[in-house]
Design a binder for this molecule. Structure first.
Ligand SMILES: *[C@@H]1O[C@H](CO)[C@@H](O)[C@H](O)[C@H]1NC(C)=O
Ligand SMILES: *[C@@H]1O[C@H](CO)[C@@H](O)[C@H](O)[C@H]1NC(C)=O
Length: 510
């Protein structure tokens, strides 16, 4: 009886009127869209695994294209632009991130799921000598102005190409979208998955970190690593910097706070091997000379197995803003950023940075751990306070004043009552696909449509490319002002589709 009740409830949670889940409205989330005028997202595997409804998402901004065809050259796109935060603690730039999520969040929700919202960003220098404003010149040719790993929206719809073990510059295409670099994905295809995780009765297609309970077949979507997508905190290094984790209950709050407050926060390990190592695939070839790289990632995910296998357990510093590059090596603390010493994680390299030098990097303020705004179940709109769910992101300061290309990422993770957070591989036999049971009368046979890939689920949205510009491009008198960006949002609804015309207002206040 109890079982039926709980499952019945779970089904109600999973099958909403439009089975959708998290949408970022400001900055506008793509939900894997690029451009075009059709209702449905054309390639839901373009950049990341959203698990969202295909009717949602915003097109990339453009320079008044009259024909919204699917393909749009990068130079016709108009990325949102924000000025960096000031480098002293009292000068800030605030972007109010707005989203809606369909199931409950927050301490007051009436939903029976426990959930978190995780906000992150990824940034990359767009060297100022080339494009001081971050704007591409008219007719810019992406094959010459972009590097292989430049963060980009792409100008065609297909997913970025990838060849396992291949030479990166033979498969990566500059006209396709790229967030995570291919050597990051390559490293995790080389690396074992965590076999202690709860996978229910899902038959995972292999032993690498691309196979998870939610993605048992290891389908690739963009160059996102499925295991990293599904789990937070993640045990391996990632290109994502944390902004905030918004939780729903005390227990998870304590758990995440403990992680964030630890002195080890930001440090992650990989097992690094030489070109060849028994039991591992040889390192991939380098772009420059097609010779196999001297260091790359081995399959082991623990210190013990790494050492026993002949690898080197290597500590990386992640979650940093910039390397100090000499010019900043004498600064101690710049505003809320801190100087930390370590081996910088460099996800675009085959070595993942293992062939670099230990040095100082600038680390941003640690992520905030807060309670999420409380929302009503199955209401993909304003929260219980009648407002949009928002978080005020303090845009970081990149002290070298180099224009950055960035992407914002929001994830929404739900844990249902019958598959608890504590569950690990030892509970795999307890939750089965389409289980057979008896109806309330105790006689009638029932089979429940339960998909164990979806008991506990992660949803996601990401922005298109955002340009973060240095404040020294502003008139002198505004360089030390607080800047607030406020999204203005109009809603026009046809089934689940939200049509863009958003506006942006920035206030300068000195
Ligand atoms: C989602 O919740 C599960 C627990 O149910 C946890 O193991 C996982 O790390 C969480 N994932 C994310 C992305 O927060
Ligand atoms: C960066 O710009 C800020 C604001 O204009 C200025 O105060 C600072 O000196 C600049 N830093 C560098 C390294 O140029």
């Amino acid at each position: 009886m109890k079982t039926i009740f709980v499952w019945g409830c779970l089904l109600a949670v999973l099958i909403g009127p439009c089975m959708s889940d998290i949408y970022m409205h400001f900055p506008p989330g793509s939900n894997n869209r690029l451009n075009g005028n059709l209702d449905n997202v054309k390639n839901a595997a373009r950049i990341f695994d959203s698990q969202n409804n295909g009717k949602a998402g915003y097109n990339v901004g453009d320079k008044l294209d009259t024909n919204p065809a699917d393909n749009i050259p990068e130079y016709r796109q108009l990325p949102m632009q924000f000025y960096m935060g000031g480098c002293s603690a009292d000068v800030k730039t605030e972007v109010e991130i707005m989203w809606t999520n369909q199931h409950g969040t927050g301490p007051k929700t009436d939903d029976r799921v426990e959930s978190q919202i995780i906000l992150q960003y990824m940034c990359q220098e767009f060297p100022d000598y080339k494009f001081p404003n971050g704007e591409l010149p008219d007719k810019a040719n992406v094959f010459t102005v972009f590097a292989i790993n430049t963060i980009r929206n792409g100008q065609t719809l297909p997913t970025q190409a990838f060849t396992n073990g291949g030479r990166e510059n033979t498969f990566i295409r500059n006209d396709r979208v790229l967030h995570e670099p291919s050597n990051y994905y390559q490293s995790y295809i080389r690396r074992d998955r965590n076999k202690g995780l709860f996978t229910a009765d899902q038959k995972l297609g292999g032993d690498q970190a691309i196979f998870t309970r939610q993605n048992a077949g290891g389908q690739r979507r963009g160059l996102e690593v499925p295991e990293e997508r599904d789990y937070y905190p993640y045990w391996g290094p990632t290109p994502w910097n944390d902004i905030a984790v918004l939780v729903s209950n005390k227990k998870t709050e304590e758990k995440i706070k403990k992680y964030v407050d630890s002195s080890e926060f930001g440090f992650k390990y990989l097992c690094i091997m030489p070109t060849k190592l028994t039991g591992n695939v040889d390192c991939p070839p380098r772009n420059k000379d097609n010779v196999r790289e001297e260091k790359c990632v081995a399959k082991y995910i623990t210190e013990k197995s790494c050492k026993e296998g002949g690898g080197e357990w290597t500590k990386f510093i992640t979650n940093y803003l910039e390397k100090t590059k000499g010019i900043l090596s004498t600064c101690h603390t710049v505003g809320e950023t801190k100087l930390k010493r370590g081996l910088p994680y460099e996800p675009h390299k085959i070595s993942q940075g293992a062939d670099g030098n230990v040095q100082f990097v600038l680390s941003p303020k640690k992520p905030e751990v807060l309670f999420a705004p409380s929302t009503t179940v199955n209401h993909n709109g304003v929260n219980m306070e009648g407002k949009f769910s928002t978080y005020k992101w303090k845009v970081p300061c990149f002290p070298s004043n180099t224009t950055q290309r960035c992407v914002l990422r929001i994830r929404y993770n739900i844990t249902t009552e019958d598959v608890k957070r504590e569950f690990d591989a030892s509970k795999n036999k307890e939750v089965l696909n389409n289980p057979k049971t008896k109806a309330v009368d105790g006689k009638t046979d029932l089979q429940l449509a339960l998909n164990t890939a979806q008991v506990g689920r992660t949803f996601q949205d990401r922005s298109h490319v955002i340009i973060v510009k240095p404040r020294n491009l502003l008139p002198e008198k505004f360089q030390h002002s607080n800047i607030y960006y406020i999204g203005e949002w109009e809603r026009e609804e046809t089934s689940c589709r939200l049509i863009p015309p958003w506006n942006i207002a920035s206030l300068l206040n000195d």
